[in-house]
Ligand binder design. Sequence first.
Ligand SMILES: *[C@@H]1O[C@H](CO)[C@@H](O)[C@H](O)[C@H]1NC(C)=O
Ligand SMILES: *[C@@H]1O[C@H](CO)[C@@H](O)[C@H](O)[C@H]1NC(C)=O
Ligand SMILES: *[C@@H]1O[C@H](CO)[C@@H](O)[C@H](O)[C@H]1NC(C)=O
Ligand SMILES: *[C@@H]1O[C@H](CO)[C@@H](O)[C@H](O)[C@H]1NC(C)=O
Length: 590
Amino acid sequence: MDEEKAALAEIPLKSSPRHLTSKLFASLAAFCLAGLILASDRRPSNDYPQVPLQEPVGTVNISPCPDQDDLPGSKCGYIVVPKDYNDPSAGVAKIAVGILPALTSTSKGSVFFNPGGPGGAAKQRITKRGDSLRAYVGDDYDIVAFDPRGIGETLPATKCFFDFFSYGDFKRNTVLERSYEFASNFTPEELRSTILLQQRETHALLETVFETCRVTMGEELKYMGTTTVVRDIDFMTKALDGPDALINYYGGSYGSVLGQYLVNMLPDRVGRVAIDGIVDAKLWADKPPYQWYSQWLVETDNAYGQFYTGCSESGPIHCPLAEYQGEDPAKIRTRVESFIDSLYYQPIPAPFAKIPRILTSGRAKWAIQFALLVPSWWPKLSVSLTSAMNGDPADLLNNSDFYLYRDLERNSVTCNDVPKFAPPSAEEVTDELLNVYQNVSRFVFSVVTSEPDSGCQYWPVTPPERFTGPWNNTLRNPMLILSSTADPVTPMASALKVQARLGDSARLLLQDGPGHATSSLPSLCTSRYARAYFTNGTLPPKDARCKPDFTPFPSSEVSISRFSREEYEILDRISGLNEILLHARGNSGW
Ligand SMILES: *[C@@H]1O[C@H](CO)[C@@H](O)[C@H](O)[C@H]1NC(C)=O
Ligand SMILES: *[C@@H]1O[C@H](CO)[C@@H](O)[C@H](O)[C@H]1NC(C)=O
Ligand SMILES: *[C@@H]1O[C@H](CO)[C@@H](O)[C@H](O)[C@H]1NC(C)=O
Ligand SMILES: *[C@@H]1O[C@H](CO)[C@@H](O)[C@H](O)[C@H]1NC(C)=O
């Protein structure tokens, strides 16, 4: 709701009352987008505000952070970099940074941090809560969070929708927000024709969005790719730590893509680099997004199965979906899935949710898929699902009412990274998704919505530089790779691939159990290895594995009192770190 209010508050004064009315109408109903555009008379225009960037390249303007809730000692500001490293005439970009100085008397340098997305703003999160990163990064580095190109406070920003209504308004109640609708009892023919219609709608929506971007932002869109962000990290390391300083970095999820680009583009500049929750950067750079899911989702149904096993073991006190402790997990699952199917035929009104809307089957699957990312959310998910099954979907909707992106921040990274490809037909995309649905994961149609990378075939610009490998360089210092064994969106298999390519230049540490990136289920063992790596350069032994210190659902065997005060503080920090990784993307749920 904050985002909604913010969006309303942002309507420029020059907007006519008629526009405001339209805006409210859009928030409340938004069933008729075409009609809305006609009625409001607001068209995207090409007067994208050029940022007055007068300061010269290399300017570092950093001072104590201004807000009451900024951490003591934290510093805020920006670094001016070339907008285009290949073309000085393109002007400059201003990278917003937030810095938490080392806790030790002498700093070993900067560790740059990326929280994922792409599209995640890091600066504010770090200056307000970033001390939790020390659970992995240790005490002796300055933690440097920056809002990457096109994101957060960095300029130029991605503002495809800057002047009429938000991307959230545009998507509301379309397939891009509701997710794909179908029931599990469809015949293959019914399923294909149902998905195909929705895929055609998706294509039309995405073409509209990207054409809008072309008109509002034009060539400004081409500077947001990962390759350019690597150049920024290099530039900022030199500016902050000196010309010979090595680059240190920690990133999760999409941050693992940025990390792989970084070490392979600049192998001789690698200091300490750790990545967690691994996306295969080669797949990312080589294939259109709709061809990623067959590799992304190989553990999703595994994690989903663990949700029901954990629920059964824990019983109704922590998982009210179970009728009794030890109930057959398959029975619990059948009840939930029958309910979701029933939503296809009869959605439930939710007038008292944060945003009045309806609970559809696509939306319910999306909420589950999203909650699978973080095992500590599973008990709340089970409570929300139970309420929905009892007729009140507000809690489920409230908790999954996330607007990941204000605008096209995510696509402006993704689409500058992927190769140019001929627009696939709706049939081609549908068949690829159905293949994944049948052979890999039942959540593929939710992921299309929750990880919105689609539509790059309509991307209107070409980045100045696009790194495409090699991905197997010999690094100056080895990189640390972290992965959960049952990560529902960035599977262990991707981590194994990255490790295999880099050989002795990387060391993989696996953490047993579900969850997106290791911090989603805290483990003292994992944090010890990560800190030993950053602090002393010590790698975990080959084939090292850690266990989490918690189970997703509370278990009678795990009692907080078995931890020392210090251990408890570290576990608490890992939870904070996980929140930064997940919520930096703009999520407000669970
Ligand atoms: C959902 O959010 C609305 C608005 O914040 C609130 O009034 C309502 O009580 C919430 N419902 C539940 C079940 O949490
Ligand atoms: C699932 O995989 C099999 C074997 O590769 C393939 O023949 C089949 O067509 C796939 N299913 C779908 C729906 O594409
Ligand atoms: C890196 O990968 C390329 C392409 O797969 C291969 O040709 C090359 O031999 C590899 N280099 C090393 C050092 O392993
Ligand atoms: C780094 O090495 C020193 C000396 O062996 C050791 O005392 C310290 O605990 C190590 N630090 C971490 C974080 O592992």
